[in-house]
Write a protein that binds this ligand. Structure first.
Ligand SMILES: NC(=O)c1ccc[n+]([C@@H]2O[C@H](COP(=O)([O-])OP(=O)(O)OC[C@H]3O[C@@H](n4cnc5c(N)ncnc54)[C@H](OP(=O)(O)O)[C@@H]3O)[C@@H](O)[C@H]2O)c1
Length: 305
């Protein structure tokens, strides 16, 4: 099984590099340096050169604030180029596993979003990702699009590592309590992708389409932070952990609006796989323990800086 992975240096990309390293699988993992999604011809050429059995796309313009400043670039990377990738893969009959986001929803819902709920992004990042979803669906019948949310890992720059960094510097950390979603460990997303590739190899087919792919049990950012600090203290990363103060979103203004409620209902994927993703608490524990042992696979050695 020949797999071509884009976005190989991101959180999910790195986790995929580990999860897709399996006997009999030939993985080509490309980062932005070799496949820049602001240049669709380059990405198309990579597919033509590699001739893989399956493409996994973990590349994305994920800077939510930055997308407000450069919406055209976000749209190119997350939208138009995904369309070009889908078109070449459709022409070469190569299935695509792609990732999208809970930010396609406006956050006004009161129950976890299902795949067929109406979309209405409230920021440029969400709009650009929705464009990518639509272009993929329009040109390629054999795709899996996994919408995930609140992704964390041991890599710098995500919510968990930011909390650890800030928590090491302060006795009190303020975190918004009025944004609710489903945290999801990058390693669990990668394991899901590996499982899908495995099935495709075995059966030559997959239940193509759109899936929500998040850990069960929504929580607020405040609750997420409290769990992170509890696990970090337990693992000996913080001694003591800071006090977490619950604040409102209006006390933490950002350029990009965030959906207030963006929990995803992943039961369609649970049914397809025969099991849910693990609870996010397990991922937090894994990351904290790995950081304490300085043993996060494929990760920077300066994780807490
Ligand atoms: N992070 C989240 O909370 C979250 C939530 C919902 C959905 N998702 C989705 O999950 C997927 C994986 O995200 P992630 O968390 O792994 O994000 P990430 O850590 O930011 O990784 C994204 C990767 O895309 C690469 N990239 C950015 N611009 C590019 C370009 N012009 N050409 C090629 N590659 C480019 C980045 O390269 P560099 O390393 O060079 O910057 C990075 O390696 C994305 O589709 C994202 O939209 C993420």
């Amino acid at each position: 099984m020949k797999i071509l992975l884009f976005g190989a240096s991101g959180q999910v990309g790195r986790a995929c590099r580990d999860a897709l390293k399996q006997p009999g699988w030939d993985l080509t993992a490309l980062s932005r340096k070799r496949a820049d999604f602001s240049c669709p011809e380059q990405v198309t050429a990579c597919v033509q050169r590699s001739r893989p059995d399956v493409v996994v796309n973990a590349a994305a313009f994920t800077d939510v604030e930055g997308a407000e400043k450069t919406p055209d670039m976000a749209s190119m990377v997350n939208g138009e180029c995904v369309g070009s990738l889908a078109a070449i893969c459709a022409a070469m009959d190569i299935p695509v596993i792609h990732l999208s986001t809970d930010f396609v929803f406006n956050g006004q819902g009161s129950r976890a979003y299902r795949e067929d709920d109406p979309v209405n992004p409230i920021n440029s990042y969400g709009a650009s990702k929705l464009k990518g979803e639509r272009l993929l669906r329009a040109v390629h019948p054999r795709y899996i699009c996994l919408r995930t949310s609140w992704v964390f890992s041991g890599r710098p720059g995500n919510f968990l590592t930011t909390m650890l960094r800030v928590g090491a510097q302060r006795t009190t950390v303020s975190v918004v309590g009025d944004q609710v979603g489903c945290p999801t460990y990058a390693g669990d997303i990668a394991a899901t992708i590996a499982e899908l590739v495995q099935r495709y190899e075995e059966f030559g087919d997959l239940p193509w389409g759109l899936y929500h792919c998040s850990s069960p049990e929504p929580c607020s950012r405040y609750e997420f932070a409290r769990h992170i600090f509890a696990e970090a203290e337990e693992a000996g990363l913080l001694d003591p952990a800071p006090w977490v103060k619950k604040i409102s979103s209006y006390q933490f203004p950002t350029l990009a609006a965030r959906p207030a409620y963006s929990a995803l209902d992943s039961s369609k994927l649970t049914e397809a796989l025969g099991h849910p993703l693990p609870h996010w608490n397990r991922g937090i524990r894994q990351v904290c323990q790995a950081l304490a042992n300085r043993a996060v696979p494929s990760e920077s050695p300066t994780l807490l800086n």
